[in-house]
Design a protein around this ligand. Structure first.
Ligand code: CMP
Length: 151
């Protein structure tokens, strides 16, 4: 077990539904601490670059359009097994398949409009965190050494 960091995004639908606080509370109650937080509206270039790995998928245009449709909250979450833990709290990509009580079961509308994003592996977490945050803007939880994926 290791203390990790992962990138979390509260997507435009989550911001519009006024559930930023409810979502962050779920993370904090599960032992994940936001150590960097920024609210912004992504440009097409920023969203397209972030999701470049999906650029050949049929839903890519729709994904970029949705992610630029309103403000998002970008966060670095830190904690024990943060990458896996965050994905458990989010629930499955498709809200119809998301476990009861997960963020997507509670708030998401569809596979595309699914309220939150979370990094899926240590390598992607490091790359996604670096895409949006400078190291100097990340504030480690007091006394915790990052043992898995420092950025
Ligand atoms: P996210 O975890 O942010 O990473 C990739 C995103 O692509 C995913 O969440 C979904 O929002 C989106 N996505 C995946 N599959 C589909 C789909 N079939 N239709 C629309 N969007 C999708």
């Amino acid at each position: 077990m290791a203390i990790e960091r992962t990138l979390s995004i509260i997507k435009p639908d989550g911001v519009k539904k006024n559930v930023i606080g409810a979502i962050i509370t779920k993370f904090e109650e599960a032992g994940l601490t936001p150590v960097a937080v920024r609210m912004t509206t992504l440009s097409q270039a920023e969203a397209g670059g972030f999701y470049a790995v999906h650029s050949a998928r049929p839903f890519f245009g729709e994904l970029v359009e949705f992610m630029t449709s309103g403000p998002v909250v970008l966060m670095v979450l830190e904690g024990e097994s943060a990458i896996t833990r965050n994905r458990e709290i989010m629930g499955a990509t498709d809200p119809a398949e998301a476990a009861e009580g997960t963020i997507r079961a509670l708030f998401a509308e569809s596979k595309g409009v699914n309220t939150v994003h979370g990094s899926d592996a240590p390598e992607t977490a490091a790359a996604e965190i670096a895409y949006f945050f400078r190291g100097i803007d990340i504030f480690p939880k007091a006394g915790e050494a990052i043992t898995a994926n420092p950025s």
